[in-house]
Design a protein around this ligand. Structure first.
Ligand SMILES: [Zn+2]
Ligand SMILES: [Zn+2]
Length: 102
């Protein structure tokens, strides 16, 4: 995995650059998550999991609702820059204002 490159931190803004390695243990083993794993480091994944909880609480998302799942997926795509646009994540103000990286 020497050519691993995290889209979000690029290995340079990772809080621990030396250990910018691919995330492990994706929620599901499938093609979609393989793609996520290919561009997401463990540290950014941990950051997202924190953010995910806050977003779900803020918007009272119900994972049984298809629309809500899609909304969360959109946030995740932006946050982790899964589409590789290089743009910073556009997160809802009320979430990012209260969010402090752990
Ligand atoms: Zn990263
Ligand atoms: Zn990283």
């Amino acid at each position: 995995m020497s050519d691993f490159h995290c889209n979000r931190c690029g290995g340079t803004s990772c809080s621990d650059g030396a250990s910018c390695v691919p995330m492990s243990n994706p929620p599901v083993q499938n093609k979609y998550w393989e793609k996520v794993m290919a561009v997401t480091c463990g540290r950014c994944w941990t950051d997202w999991k924190d953010m995910e909880v806050k977003i779900i609480n803020e918007y009272r998302l119900n994972m049984l609702e298809r629309e809500h799942r899609q909304m969360l997926k959109k946030f995740m795509t932006d946050f982790l820059d899964l589409d590789g646009t290089g743009k910073t994540a556009e997160l809802p103000n009320e979430v990012s204002e209260n969010w402090k990286p752990s």
